[in-house]
Design a protein around this ligand. Structure first.
Ligand code: FE
Length: 145
């Protein structure tokens, strides 16, 4: 991927202001920005609009995510998540609330979201790094602290 014309970011000390444009997938774009800026730990908050959103919910018995795709106009209100590392790679853990045409909210673990108008967010960088480790008991990649 290259960053011409589909996303932009500007860094101010430990914060990065991000814009992701129409037609782009948010999780991929955020991961690309983290890689480019070598962000290993931090948080992200963002708002915007998306028209193809895949959201997961962990089934704690099977330890598997059940996923659902939502299409049509939705507001991202908001996206929030953590940036860490796993196996040396950027690892994003994002959750999202989206609102539909009836202003009803639904949400969950964010797998992917395609921007329908725009997305804007702020990354808060923490100097340091935290990695993750799979925990068999809960079926999730837990923070290794
Ligand atoms: Fe999650």
């Amino acid at each position: 991927m290259d960053d011409a014309g589909y996303m932009n970011y500007k860094r101010f000390d430990n914060k990065v202001v991000v814009r992701i444009d129409k037609g782009e997938e948010i999780v991929d774009a955020l991961k690309t920005i983290c890689k480019k800026l070598d962000i290993k730990l931090g948080s992200i908050v963002g708002i915007g609009a998306a028209d193809k959103v895949t959201i997961g919910l962990l089934n704690t018995k099977t330890k598997k995510y059940q996923s659902k795709e939502f299409t049509g106009d939705h507001e991202i209100a908001p996206l929030i998540g953590n940036i860490t590392l796993m196996n040396g790679e950027v690892y994003l853990h994002l959750h999202v609330t989206i609102c539909n045409v009836e202003h009803k909210a639904l949400g969950g673990h964010l797998t992917s979201a395609v921007v329908s108008a725009m997305f804007e967010g702020i990354i808060d960088i923490i100097e340091g790094q935290v990695t993750r480790e799979y925990n068999d008991e809960v079926g999730l990649n837990l923070l290794k602290l």
